[in-house]
Design a protein. Structure first.
Length: 169
Protein backbone atom coordinates (compact mmCIF):
# COMPACT_ATOMS: atom_id res chain seq x y z
CA UNK A 1 0.00 0.00 0.00
CA UNK A 2 1.31 3.49 -0.87
CA UNK A 3 1.83 5.84 2.04
CA UNK A 4 0.10 9.06 0.98
CA UNK A 5 2.37 11.17 3.15
CA UNK A 6 5.19 10.17 0.82
CA UNK A 7 3.19 11.12 -2.25
CA UNK A 8 1.48 14.29 -1.04
CA UNK A 9 2.21 17.21 1.21
CA UNK A 10 -0.22 19.59 2.84
CA UNK A 11 0.93 23.04 1.86
CA UNK A 12 -0.66 25.82 3.82
CA UNK A 13 2.04 28.41 3.22
CA UNK A 14 0.25 29.51 0.08
CA UNK A 15 -3.21 29.17 1.60
CA UNK A 16 -3.98 26.11 -0.46
CA UNK A 17 -5.30 24.18 2.55
CA UNK A 18 -5.54 20.98 0.51
CA UNK A 19 -3.34 18.06 -0.38
CA UNK A 20 -0.91 19.02 -3.12
CA UNK A 21 1.30 16.58 -5.03
CA UNK A 22 4.83 16.73 -3.66
CA UNK A 23 6.15 17.52 -7.15
CA UNK A 24 4.21 20.83 -7.01
CA UNK A 25 5.79 21.70 -3.68
CA UNK A 26 9.26 21.02 -5.08
CA UNK A 27 8.39 23.10 -8.15
CA UNK A 28 7.70 26.17 -6.06
CA UNK A 29 11.37 26.86 -5.55
CA UNK A 30 11.80 27.23 -9.29
CA UNK A 31 8.44 28.98 -9.55
CA UNK A 32 9.41 31.46 -6.84
CA UNK A 33 12.60 32.31 -8.70
CA UNK A 34 10.73 32.57 -11.98
CA UNK A 35 8.10 34.87 -10.47
CA UNK A 36 10.76 37.09 -8.89
CA UNK A 37 12.65 37.38 -12.16
CA UNK A 38 9.46 37.95 -14.16
CA UNK A 39 8.42 40.76 -11.81
CA UNK A 40 11.90 42.29 -11.96
CA UNK A 41 12.05 42.29 -15.76
CA UNK A 42 8.41 43.29 -16.26
CA UNK A 43 9.00 46.37 -14.12
CA UNK A 44 10.72 48.19 -16.98
CA UNK A 45 8.78 50.48 -19.32
CA UNK A 46 10.21 49.14 -22.56
CA UNK A 47 12.62 46.66 -24.08
CA UNK A 48 15.51 49.17 -24.17
CA UNK A 49 15.33 49.66 -20.39
CA UNK A 50 14.97 45.91 -19.87
CA UNK A 51 18.06 45.17 -21.99
CA UNK A 52 20.04 47.92 -20.26
CA UNK A 53 19.22 46.21 -16.97
CA UNK A 54 20.29 42.80 -18.33
CA UNK A 55 23.58 44.27 -19.59
CA UNK A 56 24.16 45.95 -16.21
CA UNK A 57 23.59 42.64 -14.43
CA UNK A 58 26.09 40.96 -16.72
CA UNK A 59 28.70 43.64 -16.08
CA UNK A 60 28.19 43.46 -12.31
CA UNK A 61 28.61 39.68 -12.26
CA UNK A 62 32.17 38.69 -11.42
CA UNK A 63 32.44 36.15 -14.23
CA UNK A 64 35.01 33.41 -14.44
CA UNK A 65 38.70 33.51 -13.72
CA UNK A 66 41.01 32.54 -16.60
CA UNK A 67 41.51 28.93 -15.43
CA UNK A 68 37.79 28.27 -16.10
CA UNK A 69 37.79 29.86 -19.55
CA UNK A 70 38.90 26.66 -21.25
CA UNK A 71 37.51 24.79 -24.25
CA UNK A 72 35.83 22.18 -22.03
CA UNK A 73 33.60 24.93 -20.58
CA UNK A 74 33.02 26.82 -23.81
CA UNK A 75 29.72 26.51 -25.63
CA UNK A 76 30.30 25.63 -29.26
CA UNK A 77 28.41 27.33 -32.03
CA UNK A 78 27.83 30.67 -30.33
CA UNK A 79 28.93 33.82 -32.12
CA UNK A 80 29.93 35.31 -28.76
CA UNK A 81 32.36 33.33 -26.64
CA UNK A 82 30.42 31.78 -23.75
CA UNK A 83 31.78 29.64 -20.94
CA UNK A 84 29.55 27.70 -18.56
CA UNK A 85 30.96 25.91 -15.52
CA UNK A 86 28.64 23.24 -14.13
CA UNK A 87 29.16 21.59 -10.75
CA UNK A 88 27.18 19.05 -8.75
CA UNK A 89 27.35 19.12 -4.96
CA UNK A 90 25.07 17.68 -2.27
CA UNK A 91 22.34 16.82 -4.75
CA UNK A 92 22.27 20.29 -6.31
CA UNK A 93 23.49 21.71 -9.60
CA UNK A 94 25.51 24.91 -9.59
CA UNK A 95 26.31 27.06 -12.61
CA UNK A 96 28.71 29.92 -13.26
CA UNK A 97 29.09 31.73 -16.55
CA UNK A 98 31.04 34.30 -18.52
CA UNK A 99 30.89 35.75 -22.02
CA UNK A 100 32.64 38.38 -24.09
CA UNK A 101 29.19 39.75 -25.05
CA UNK A 102 27.53 41.91 -22.39
CA UNK A 103 23.96 41.02 -23.39
CA UNK A 104 24.68 37.28 -23.69
CA UNK A 105 26.47 37.35 -20.34
CA UNK A 106 23.55 39.17 -18.72
CA UNK A 107 21.02 36.65 -20.01
CA UNK A 108 23.28 33.76 -19.02
CA UNK A 109 23.62 35.25 -15.53
CA UNK A 110 19.83 35.34 -15.24
CA UNK A 111 19.58 31.67 -16.26
CA UNK A 112 22.33 30.70 -13.81
CA UNK A 113 20.66 32.61 -10.97
CA UNK A 114 17.39 30.84 -11.62
CA UNK A 115 18.73 27.30 -11.98
CA UNK A 116 21.85 27.27 -9.80
CA UNK A 117 21.38 25.54 -6.47
CA UNK A 118 18.38 23.49 -7.57
CA UNK A 119 18.19 19.69 -7.64
CA UNK A 120 18.35 18.14 -11.13
CA UNK A 121 14.68 17.12 -11.28
CA UNK A 122 13.56 20.65 -10.49
CA UNK A 123 15.76 22.04 -13.26
CA UNK A 124 14.39 19.52 -15.73
CA UNK A 125 10.82 20.52 -14.83
CA UNK A 126 11.51 24.27 -15.08
CA UNK A 127 11.16 25.76 -18.54
CA UNK A 128 12.80 29.14 -19.33
CA UNK A 129 9.89 30.08 -21.63
CA UNK A 130 8.92 32.80 -19.15
CA UNK A 131 11.70 34.91 -20.70
CA UNK A 132 9.42 35.32 -23.71
CA UNK A 133 6.56 36.46 -21.50
CA UNK A 134 8.60 39.40 -20.21
CA UNK A 135 9.70 40.36 -23.71
CA UNK A 136 13.32 39.31 -23.39
CA UNK A 137 13.98 36.51 -25.86
CA UNK A 138 11.87 37.74 -28.77
CA UNK A 139 13.87 40.99 -28.97
CA UNK A 140 17.20 39.17 -29.24
CA UNK A 141 19.03 38.83 -32.51
CA UNK A 142 18.94 35.29 -33.92
CA UNK A 143 22.57 34.71 -32.84
CA UNK A 144 21.88 35.80 -29.25
CA UNK A 145 18.68 33.75 -29.13
CA UNK A 146 20.74 30.77 -30.33
CA UNK A 147 23.26 31.40 -27.52
CA UNK A 148 20.41 31.49 -24.99
CA UNK A 149 19.17 28.14 -26.33
CA UNK A 150 22.62 26.58 -26.12
CA UNK A 151 23.08 27.76 -22.52
CA UNK A 152 19.72 26.23 -21.58
CA UNK A 153 20.54 22.97 -23.41
CA UNK A 154 23.85 22.67 -21.52
CA UNK A 155 22.15 23.35 -18.16
CA UNK A 156 19.40 20.84 -19.04
CA UNK A 157 21.89 18.16 -20.18
CA UNK A 158 23.95 18.56 -17.02
CA UNK A 159 20.88 18.25 -14.81
CA UNK A 160 19.63 15.29 -16.84
CA UNK A 161 22.92 13.44 -16.39
CA UNK A 162 22.84 13.97 -12.65
CA UNK A 163 19.15 13.10 -12.32
CA UNK A 164 19.89 9.76 -13.99
CA UNK A 165 22.88 9.19 -11.65
CA UNK A 166 20.68 9.86 -8.62
CA UNK A 167 18.15 7.29 -9.82
CA UNK A 168 20.87 4.65 -10.26
CA UNK A 169 22.25 5.18 -6.75
Amino acid sequence: MIDLTQQFSLWQGFGLGRLVPLCHVIQMRFCDRQERMTAELAGFKNSQERFAHVVRRGREYAGLTPEFKVDANRLDGCLARVWLVSEFDNGRCRFRVDSDSAIVKGIAVILCEIYSGLPPDEILAGDPAFLEQVGLSQHLTPNRRDSLGKIWKRIHAFASGHAQQDRVH
